[in-house]
Design a protein around this ligand. Structure first.
Ligand code: ZN
Length: 314
């Protein structure tokens, strides 16, 4: 018996590969604040999918989750609290896993953190530049969407939004630190692979100068380095629909640019039929999740999320 899932590339429900081992990548949290109900919903849903694959379909699941432990929001918040970005990230990562434990969500097989993958990320960015799909500008490195399209690659894949909101989403995806840097780009659609450090920001040394990775590159690198030995992709990539663009679309583009090859096998499964909460709303529910657990409501919370419609398995 083979599981079926909706392929986000085609929006078609299809059989998953016939394999005893399922390599599953899931985009994890940016650890700058307490978990909120959106996290609970996401990770409960994927925990249920994982258990179905393991217990119903008898698959061995290698479940990799990344932790975004360096990012604009982490830097801002650590400055507010007078601690290092690393201290802040470790604190909220521990809180996140404590919350997930409270919800009876199984721990990932592998957890990878951005700050522990810098050499691999730098190598990945350098290769994209060498292949002709990235360029340096004012201390940062951008993905060259025009050069990419000129070589016959499709960008973006996984697009279910209008052209106007695409640009807004792209800029938001690059983070607040890159918001007013349109002049540095060859095209407004280009996105950051490497962000040049401003004075006072944490940074890593690289051939492109001192800086830190853009958001999207981490998942291309981590999934590639852990789950994939060669350009054969992996069985399942999980993520909320709100991540399809720009995060997952850019993740795919970066992998194709790294290998200089089209059609990477990169299956995604969306679950959310609901518009994700706005940033403001997400802030408002911070902390409620922990409170819920303390009130021994975790079973109800799991049920609540299960009954909210989603469309992974047919
Ligand atoms: Zn990701």
């Amino acid at each position: 018996m083979q599981p079926t899932a909706k392929n986000s590339f085609t929006n078609v429900i299809e059989k998953l590969p016939e394999s005893d081992i399922y390599r599953v990548y899931i985009c994890g949290p940016t650890v700058y604040n307490s978990s909120h109900l959106g996290h609970a919903r996401t990770y409960i849903t994927f925990d249920v999918i994982r258990r179905i694959l393991e217990q119903v379909f008898q698959k061995t699941v290698v479940y990799q989750m990344n932790i975004t432990d360096i990012d604009d929001k982490i830097i801002t918040r650590s400055n507010e609290q007078g601690i290092s970005s690393e201290q802040l990230a470790r604190k909220y990562e521990a809180d996140f896993f404590a919350d997930m434990d409270n919800l009876n969500i199984m721990r990932p097989t592998v957890v990878t953190r951005v700050t522990e993958c810098m050499p691999a990320i730098i190598h990945f960015v350098q290769t994209i530049i060498d292949n002709g799909y990235g360029y340096m500008s004012n201390g940062s490195v951008y993905f060259d969407t025009q050069a990419f399209s000129a070589k016959g690659f499709q960008y973006p894949q996984l697009r279910y939004i209008t052209q106007e909101s695409q640009l807004e989403q792209l800029i938001a995806g690059d983070g607040i630190s890159m918001k007013n840097r349109v002049d540095e780009k060859k095209s407004p659609n280009d996105f950051a692979l490497w962000k040049g450090a401003k004075p006072g920001e944490p940074f890593w040394e690289s051939p492109f100068g001192q800086g830190r990775p853009g958001w999207h590159i981490e998942c291309s690198v981590m999934s590639n380095n852990v789950l994939v030995n060669e350009f054969n992709g992996f069985e399942l990539h999980l993520g909320g629909k709100d991540l399809q663009f720009p995060h997952h679309a850019n993740e795919v583009a970066q992998l194709e640019a790294f290998y200089n090859k089209q059609h990477i096998y990169h299956r995604q499964a969306g679950f959310s039929t609901r518009t994700p909460p706005s940033r403001h709303e997400a802030h408002r529910v911070h902390g409620q999740h922990q409170a819920s657990c303390q009130e021994s409501l975790r079973r109800q919370l799991r049920l609540l999320h299960r009954f909210h419609g989603h469309s992974l398995f047919a």
